[in-house]
Design a protein around this ligand. Structure first.
Ligand code: NAP
Length: 250
């Protein structure tokens, strides 16, 4: 009997799937039966560890920098070479380069926009053609609550993450008739290497705003991706799903 959220037979690509939130999403999609291409930029050891944990028969690591459009196309190509198709795309790769606007360099602006926003565009563009052909696809873009309410010191990151929301809504309208959904997950504060450098004072300040009274874990975020990737979520598209313990309610 088919159970809810059964992803067997499906192929997923998770960008930045080697560490943090992407890693938890890769593991969760695999646990529900999907075969998973685990993309990473430079840390091959982390990607290999994620593949090992899933099992080599069900996962493969694919190197490639999503901010480079040619590399982005190759990541999708590599997924199709490995597994013959692509059903689920999770655009999760992301970086930060924080600073107040007065001190933010153009390089830090470009780096964050190019990885988070342009990377999402480039990988989606490459993946959408095979999805249209097979008349099925699930695109899940990882934004942030910073893209909804903004965050001081993160003008570049907030702009990129807000851009991802607009981009997702536009493509959701373009491809809905082809059996493809496009949705956003907007995490709040999640304990990963990305947030590890915050001071205890900064952490406490954020905690005061989180209704749940605790930080999130990558495992708190991953089930949202499984749900949005499932056949059961066919009628949900263009949606922004916050996973933030009640940090942002709007
Ligand atoms: P993380 O622990 O720093 O992991 C980042 C992942 O992205 C790694 O797998 C990394 O690969 C990969 N990556 C970075 N740049 C890349 C590039 N140019 N091309 C391909 N892969 C690249 O980050 P995280 O906290 O899990 O964040 C994952 C996503 O959630 C990001 O989009 C982030 O903005 C978003 N998010 C995070 C939080 C949070 O509190 N942590 C909150 C809201 C949203 P390498 O190891 O090879 O560099």
């Amino acid at each position: 009997m088919k159970t809810l959220f059964d992803l067997s037979g499906k192929v997923a690509l998770v960008t930045g799937g080697s560490r943090g939130i992407g890693r938890a999403i890769s593991l969760a999609l695999a646990a529900h039966g999907a075969r998973v291409a685990v993309n990473y930029a430079s840390n091959a050891a982390a990607a290999e560890e994620t593949v090992r944990e899933i099992g080599a028969e069900q996962a493969t690591a694919i190197a490639g920098d999503v901010s480079d459009p040619a590399a982005a196309a190759k990541i999708v190509e590599g997924t199709i070479v490995a597994y013959g198709r692509i059903d689920i795309l999770v655009n999760n790769a992301g970086v930060t380069a924080d600073g107040l606007i007065l001190r933010m360099s153009e390089a830090d602006w470009d780096k964050v926009i190019d990885t988070n926003l342009k990377g999402t565009f480039s990988v989606t563009k490459a993946a959408i053609r095979p999805m249209v052909r097979q008349r099925f696809g699930r695109i899940i873009n990882v934004s942030s609550v910073a893209g909804i309410v903004g965050n001081a010191g993160q003008a570049n990151y907030s702009a990129a993450k807000a851009g991802i929301i607009g981009f997702t809504k536009a493509i959701a309208k373009e491809v809905a008739s082809r059996g493809i959904t496009a949705n956003v997950i907007a995490p709040g504060f999640v304990d990963t290497e990305m947030t590890a450098s915050l001071t205890d004072a900064q952490r406490e300040e954020i905690m005061r705003l989180v209704a749940a009274g605790r930080t999130g874990t990558p495992q708190d975020v991953a089930p949202a991706a499984v749900f949005l990737a499932s056949d059961e979520a066919a009628y949900i598209t263009g949606h922004v799903l916050t996973v933030d313990g009640g940090l942002v309610m709007y």
